[in-house]
Design a binder for this molecule. Structure first.
Ligand code: ARG
Length: 458
């Protein structure tokens, strides 16, 4: 117990199970570089207020660089009493430079230290994740741009609704990712609030220059309240919320593609690179990549819900419960990063079968257009909806398509039907009529492509 950083007031031994229960080094060692970075900056700030001499600061910095190098080279030797990454690094530093290592923690607490490390670490990850969101967005937009001519039924309730362009569907998912990108960027200033210098809870008694620390560590602002600084984990909650929502978007896109890759639809086939087989049914090619994307969204949401449950009801400032922020966060970062890359790969490599999509277009998806035809002849839509519905019912009873009804049959439903009704039964004409902003016409799909390319160029 005497070797423990906090062992001074203890005489009894820690229960061995408690020792393991308490230890976070196995997972928080991921933040080793952030921890070293924070400590190097803090040593500088201590020098500026005269706690360390220049010489001492150089020694401490060299020692910390050495500890960091040991982590990088995979030769850092954890000791049984290394409770977490902070104690491990400090213990090793003192082994390397002697008792001087013990000066580094002056005025600092693991409470402001861990909150700082988490923010440094997450800011780095967010940069990578932002690139992955951009990568996914890019392949969807490129694919939509190339496959603008393909038409398929658009579905509501998974029932055929109206004809749309395939690119329009792709771009609907891209639009979700566009706002995910925006939301991720908006998190950054709230992650980038510096806790270092908040001490254990009440603030730093040695007058360290926190503005200097923020500059050194590239933070955009400083925690203005020390109790908040050590106790806040909202930046983690927000990231987990972002992850949950982004994974929900990935999951919904995956679900579309799972349905479309069935033999019954046959609109897309996944590349072998993102499919797996069955151990018993030789013919199977399963969309496991997409199913995992859909499945992981549940787990990420669980990380968010679980951690919010951890936070709820905590008293102010630091409580050890907060150590439970790490595994859900790390798991979300790992799985969201991988999911974005897998989704990008799936979209980039799948085959799209325009012929099958076109074949799925049955004439009934033009029933709205038929009603609109009569609207253009001056009849109120509520009536034309009814008339077109009767045309659909009539075709159904005749076992034919609505375009196969004779003009006489149509005229029996409404006198305003004329020869030009033939023009209604054209899928391309139908999508081209949806030419208001946001519609599925060629021009509006091209507009979406250019809007999204502009977002990507920013
Ligand atoms: N490993 C701890 C955590 O992750 C570091 C902070 C410990 N602070 C304390 N007062 N015990 O939260």
């Amino acid at each position: 117990t005497k070797q423990k950083l906090w062992g001074g007031r203890f005489t009894g031994k820690t229960d061995p199970l408690m020792h393991d229960f308490n230890q976070s080094l196995k997972y928080d060692q991921r933040m080793h570089a952030a921890d070293i970075k924070g400590s190097i900056a803090y040593a500088k700030s201590l020098t500026r207020v005269g706690i360390l001499t220049e010489e001492e600061q150089v020694k401490i910095t060299e020692g910390l660089v050495q500890v960091g190098k040991e982590w990088e080279d995979g030769v850092f030797q954890p000791q049984p009493d290394d409770e977490d990454i902070h104690t491990a690094n400090e213990r090793r530093l003192s082994e390397l430079i002697g008792t001087l290592g013990g000066k580094l923690h002056t005025g600092r607490s693991r409470n402001d230290q861990v909150a700082t490390d988490m923010r440094i670490w997450l800011l780095e990850q967010v940069q990578d994740i932002e690139q992955s969101v951009r990568g996914l967005l890019q392949v969807i937009v490129d694919r939509a741009d190339k496959e603008k001519e393909f038409l398929l039924p658009g579905y509501t309730h998974l029932q055929r609704g109206q004809p749309i362009r395939w690119s329009h569907l792709l771009l609907s998912h891209a639009t979700s990712f566009r706002y995910d990108l925006e939301r991720l960027q908006q998190l950054i200033p709230r992650i980038s609030v510096l806790p270092l210098g908040c001490g254990a809870l009440a603030g730093n008694p040695f007058g360290v220059d926190r503005e200097f620390l923020a500059k050194e560590l590239n933070f955009t602002s400083i925690a203005e309240n020390s109790l908040w600084g050590v106790g806040d984990r909202d930046f983690i909650v927000e990231f987990l919320m972002w992850s949950s929502l982004t994974m929900t978007h990935i999951s919904r896109m995956a679900e579309d593609l799972i349905i479309y890759s069935t033999a019954e639809f046959g609109f897309v086939s996944l590349s072998d690179a993102y499919s797996t087989g069955s151990s018993i049914m030789p013919q199977k090619k399963n969309p496991d990549s997409l199913e995992l994307l859909r499945g992981k969204s549940g787990r990420i949401f669980g990380n968010m819900a679980g951690f919010m449950m951890t936070l709820k009801g905590l008293p102010s400032t630091y409580n050890k419960d907060l150590q439970e922020d790490k595994e859900p966060l790390f798991d979300a970062v790992d799985n969201v990063s991988a999911s974005l890359k897998i989704a990008e790969g799936v979209i980039a490599t799948m085959d799209v079968h325009a012929d099958k999509m076109f074949k799925a277009l049955t004439m009934d998806v033009l029933a709205t257009d038929l009603a609109d035809y009569l609207v253009r002849k001056g009849i109120p839509f509520r009536e034309t909806h009814h008339i077109s519905g009767r045309a659909v019912a009539l075709a159904e009873s005749r076992k034919c398509q609505i375009n196969e009804l004779t003009l006489t049959e149509l005229k029996n439903l409404n006198q305003n039907f004329d020869d030009d009704v033939r023009d209604v039964f054209d899928f391309v004409a139908s999508v081209e009529r949806r030419n208001a902003i946001g519609g599925t016409s060629l021009m509006m799909v091209e507009r979406q492509v250019s809007v999204l390319r502009e977002v990507l160029n920013k």
